[in-house]
Ligand binder design. Sequence first.
Ligand code: AMP
Length: 123
Amino acid sequence: MAYDRSNVFARILRGELPCKRVYEDDHALAFHDINPLAPVHVLVIPKGEYVSMDDFSATAPADALAGFFRAVGETARRVGVAESGYRLLANSGADANQEVPHVHVHIFAGAPLGPMLKKVAAR
Ligand code: AMP
């Protein structure tokens, strides 16, 4: 799938839409999810144009990959959940119900999060 520059996270990166920023560096931007599903729900996005984790992991240069994952850890520390714990989620593609076609990681935290995933039956 080609990258769509009109997606909402691309618009946030260009400053066309606001966000509640938590952390930013050369590689990544982190901001609060507009519809939080946990007491802490932050999104971390790389600054490059990558549709999904599949695309990012296959095509991004090593410094972009390393910088992004360092930013995920730094974001968790900045919001104060590194000690108490957090869950990372990256929806990639249709079966994962990825809504925004710019790769992102969700950080969920701030309370016990319960089981990893409700058991899903095969198609
Ligand atoms: P996903 O299903 O993994 O693509 O999740 C996309 C996430 O982006 C959802 O949790 C939305 O609530 C969140 N989201 C959509 N638009 C915005 C926005 N303008 N600012 C912050 N979060 C957003």
